[in-house]
Design a protein around this ligand. Structure first.
Ligand code: PHE
Length: 358
């Protein structure tokens, strides 16, 4: 009977020669498939006498195993080589500068939040958060807006179905409930800002059903109206980058502050454009006041010992003023051309040392 050594050498050489997965598969079929060469030899075993058949069968099985092992090894090697080639072909130099024309943009809302956070952080504020879905109690009652109070109508509230335990829920109409949450969870002194989403059922040039506010809250034993004014004047001048920007406090009303004020900044309105600065005209940008003693008490703070101020500001509004964006609705249309025009290049993190925007 002819030896299998020659065949084995031939098959192993063919395995080594297979240049890719397809060639290897073709070889496997030709050697081990139903009509393959080794299978063919196996089929001839029946014509041998028992002794010879046993010996030949064992040798053929050994050959089959050797070839299968060689196939496996070759396949692993080919895969590793393919991966290495791909890694080489797709190599990128991560130290190269980014190409601005192919990178995304930071949305003006994100940029504005980063900027105002940098300014308030510099004054010692930290950032607090609350949920978009709020208890009716935190959004209204704890802020001295009891049920049936007319201020509830003014907010065009989105009401949600009651929670399982009967809690009345709303989409928060302002960031002021974060005041309540903060006073209930941390002991004074408190100095926080709370930027985030707010919701009111309203839609036109200057209103969208979702918009952003930033809340501010300072509570301690000594803070008074002078601190409120100093803090907000400083903020307005830093944010709009106008050193002598006039800032005016006008008496107003909010149920949760007493006294309350609205803040205007100086501007000029000329032929449809708006300029910020000392030009004699005024533009309202935020609401503020000294936190109402009832609000302190409802959140478990001793109003005979502690006092402080709060403010709330529309983020889209100050972004529109600073960056000359005329229509509020465009903020949320996700138009790439708009984003490219009004957006900011990533990695330019706003900070006071280098200027908020570059
Ligand atoms: N929550 C008020 C609003 O949405 C703004 C405000 C906040 C006013 C804090 C005073 C103090 O209009």
């Amino acid at each position: 009977m002819d030896s299998l050594d020659g065949l084995k050498a031939e098959l192993l050489a063919a395995v080594t020669a297979a240049a890719d997965g397809a060639a290897l598969e073709e070889f496997r079929v030709a050697a081990l498939g139903k009509k393959g060469r080794i299978t063919g030899l196996m089929k001839q075993l029946g014509s041998l006498d028992p002794e010879a058949r046993k010996e030949r069968g064992a040798a053929l099985n050994q050959l089959k195993d050797d070839i299968a092992a060689a196939l496996d090894a070759r396949q692993t090697a080919l895969r590793a080589a393919a991966l290495a080639a791909r890694l080489e072909a797709e190599r990128i130099d991560v130290s190269l500068p980014i190409r601005p024309e192919v990178t995304g943009r930071i949305h003006p809302i994100s940029q504005t939040i980063d900027e105002l956070t940098a300014i308030f952080a510099d004054m010692g504020f930290s950032v607090a958060q609350g949920p978009d879905i709020e208890d009716d109690f935190n959004n209204f009652t704890a802020l001295n807006i009891p049920p049936e109070h007319p201020a509830r109508q003014m907010h065009d509230t989105f009401y949600l179905p009651d929670a399982a335990d009967g809690t009345k829920r709303v989409l928060r109409t302002h960031t002021s409930p974060v005041q309540v949450r903060t006073m209930r969870s941390v002991k004074p002194p408190i100095r926080i800002i709370a930027p985030g989403r707010t919701f009111r059922s309203d839609y036109d040039m200057t209103h969208t059903p979702m918009f952003h506010q930033v809340e501010g809250l300072v509570i301690d034993e000594a803070t008074h109206m002078g601190h409120l004014k100093g803090c907000l004047i400083e903020f307005c001048r830093a944010f709009f980058d106008v050193d002598d920007l006039p800032v005016r406090f006008r008496p107003s009303f909010f149920p949760f502050t007493e006294p309350s004020a609205e803040v205007d900044i100086g501007c000029a309105r000329e032929r449809g454009t708006l300029k910020l600065g000392n030009y004699g005209d005024w533009l309202e940008i935020l609401g503020c006041g000294m936190v109402h003693p009832k609000v302190l008490e409802m959140s478990g703070i001793d109003s005979t010992r502690y006092q402080g101020f709060a403010f709330g500001m529309g983020i889209e509004r100050i972004a529109m003023l600073k960056y000359g964006i005329p229509d509020l609705r465009t903020f949320f249309e996700a138009d790439l051309r708009w984003l490219k025009h009004y957006g900011f290049v990533p990695l330019d993190v706003p900070n006071l040392a280098q200027g908020l925007t570059r």
